[in-house]
Design a protein around this ligand. Structure first.
Ligand code: PLP
Length: 384
């Protein structure tokens, strides 16, 4: 049966996979090799050097393409190296319109690395997709979207942005790290490129740093493959294996992340010491309708601000948590808490940060898949 006919919860396990040809091993072996024997120059079995291709990486790339409803997957050494390959499609003078509330490392790559090469970035709020039009010029070649945004949980209407991008012949790339394809499939909504930090939910166990791109179009895939091989930030065989293993349980993990996320968000919203909770599942979230239409559920990422907005209160809470671990990153089975202003978003200037709501008192939670009663009890003792 063609695996394209399988439903999502089967494709996480079988998508793009077949038992290994050598011994029938059900999981792809970790082909820990740099090179491959040839019978005559050029006489090889599809692999000649592991930067250009490795069977374990191919297995992961096929799985990624399958779960994102794309045709081609590319696995990189990190999420940022995947983004780096996308920006390298551009020429000096080209312009990019990006969401303003985005992963700090993406912002740093755009501003501190690529502006130097003459690429111009505009950072704007995209909750109202029509706002984007006024930033589009004949130099605009790429729209970069994160949704839900990090850490403010704004939602961008992917189909609306895609309509605009198509009208002006601009590439649309969506960072789907927060939602994962279990909740949201940007290629189906008209995006050209889906990007992942597979370090997060796809890997799911906080044990690996990997990035990914998925596209439908062959010509675009060829260009990105050229850049992946030319620049060389590829995903290694062991890391490919770990992410593949993670993807096999993606659907069951995300289900529990969503369930626990809802419980924690509702608990926080009722807490007298909490001023504001940012979670797209709430009906009064400003973009709830779009979230409900383009996502299948609302995920386990939540941000909140304590009443009075004091920096010291936020620090005291994150330091007092015992089940939640104070750490960078997100998307693993264990619950993490972060303080964006001093951690993930420290590379964004305070003024720029606060414009998008990342105030000093903001705390971001990646709600894991532990028992939700333990998570709520932990927050209760930390918030006091
Ligand atoms: C972590 C992250 C990245 C960067 O990925 P790395 O794997 O850390 O290089 C990009 N976007 C988002 C939304 C992230 O959370």
């Amino acid at each position: 049966m063609s695996e394209k006919k399988l439903k999502f919860n089967s494709r996480t396990i079988h998508g793009g996979q077949e038992p290994d040809k050598a011994y029938g091993s059900v999981m792809p072996p970790i082909y820990q090799t740099s090179t491959y024997a040839q019978t005559t120059p050029g006489g090889h079995q599809g692999y000649e050097y592991s930067r250009s291709g490795n069977p374990t990486r191919t297995a992961l790339e096929n799985s990624l393409a399958s779960i994102e409803n794309g045709n081609y997957g590319l696995a990189f050494a990190s999420g940022l190296s995947a983004i780096d390959a996308v920006i390298k499609l551009l020429e000096p003078g080209d312009e990019v319109v990006s969401t303003n509330d985005l992963y700090g490392g993406s912002y740093r790559l755009f501003r501190q690395v690529y502006e130097k090469y003459g690429i111009v970035f505009h950072f704007i709020g995209m909750q109202d997709a029509s706002e984007i039009a006024s930033y589009i010029t004949d130099k605009t070649k790429l729209i970069w979207v994160e949704t839900p945004t990090n850490p403010m949980m704004h939602i961008v209407d992917i189909a609306a942005v895609s309509g605009l991008a198509k009208k002006h012949d601009i590439l649309l790339a969506v960072d789907n790290t927060f939602a994962t394809p279990y909740l949201q499939r940007p290629l189906d909504l008209g995006a050209d490129i889906v990007m992942h930090s597979a370090t997060k939910y796809l890997g799911g166990h906080s044990d690996v740093v990997v990035g990914a791109l998925v596209v439908k179009d062959k010509e675009l895939a060829d260009k990105l493959y050229f850049l992946q091989n030319a620049s060389g930030a590829v995903c290694g065989p062991m890391d490919s294996f770990l992410v593949l293993r993670g993807i096999k349980t993606l659907h069951v993990r995300i289900q529990r992340h969503c369930e626990n996320g809802r419980a924690v968000a509702e608990y926080l919203a009722k807490h007298p010491k909490i001023e504001k909770v940012y979670w797209p599942g709430f009906e009064d979230h400003p973009n709830h309708d779009i979230a409900a239409s383009q996502m299948d559920d609302f995920g386990g990422m939540i941000s909140f601000v304590t009443r009075g907005c004091a920096y010291a209160d936020a620090i005291k809470i994150v330091e007092s948590l015992r089940v939640f671990t104070l750490a960078e990153s997100l998307g693993g089975v264990e619950s993490l808490a972060g303080h964006p202003a001093s951690m993930t978003h420290a590379s964004i200037p305070k003024e720029e940060r606060e414009k998008s709501g990342v105030v000093d008192a903001l705390i971001r939670l990646s709600v894991g898949i532990e028992d939700k009663d333990d998570l709520i009890a932990d927050l209760e003792q930390a918030i006091g």
